[in-house]
Design a binder for this molecule. Structure first.
Ligand code: ZN
Ligand code: ZN
Length: 170
């Protein structure tokens, strides 16, 4: 596909985006560095990514970056509350920029795709424990497991052809 629209508009958009990334990093109390900007940009494009995937995206624009540096950036972002870290069972840690709203996740047990699920009642914690044991409960994190729509189609067609069903479990 050929882009025929004004490249000036596009450059202006990238500029505004870069400034908003810098603003986010600064308001989290962190110094703006090239790896931090690159990781934040990658996370914006690919939510629920692990460090390896983010490293792959960052390396394209910053060839000198190491996986270790990406882990370092993710650690400081998580500590500063700029990104949220989720760890579905059997998966490496995944990171996302959507923070502070106590949303949940739904994970496909077959292809591992992850999607956001809004809080059931719109505020944290959306699930009240039967006994909070004296805790001041601030958040409840739920992971729903199941087969995504595409995997349901795939497994249905596999059953049709009577081939072996992949029974991956979390
Ligand atoms: Zn799936
Ligand atoms: Zn999420």
């Amino acid at each position: 596909m050929t882009m025929t629209d004004s490249s000036n508009d596009h450059a202006g958009l990238r500029q505004a985006e870069a400034e908003s990334f810098e603003g986010s990093i600064r308001s989290a109390g962190l110094k703006v560095t090239a790896p931090r900007l690159a990781v934040l940009r990658a996370l914006t494009d690919m939510p629920h990514s692990n460090a390896d995937a983010l490293f792959g995206a960052v390396r394209a624009g910053l060839p000198g970056t190491s996986l270790q540096a990406v882990y370092g950036v993710l650690g400081s972002f998580t500590t500063a509350g700029l990104v949220r870290r989720i760890e579905p069972a059997g998966s490496p840690a995944l990171f996302e920029r959507r923070v502070g709203d106590n949303h949940h996740h739904i994970v496909c047990t077959r292809c591992n795709v992850v999607h956001d699920v809004d809080c059931a009642v719109g505020h944290a914690p959306c699930l009240t424990p039967s006994d909070a044991l004296g805790f001041d409960v601030r958040a409840a994190e739920v992971i729903y497991w199941g087969l995504c729509a595409q995997c349901q189609l795939d497994t249905a067609s596999q059953l049709d052809t009577a081939s072996q069903l992949d029974t991956a479990t979390p």
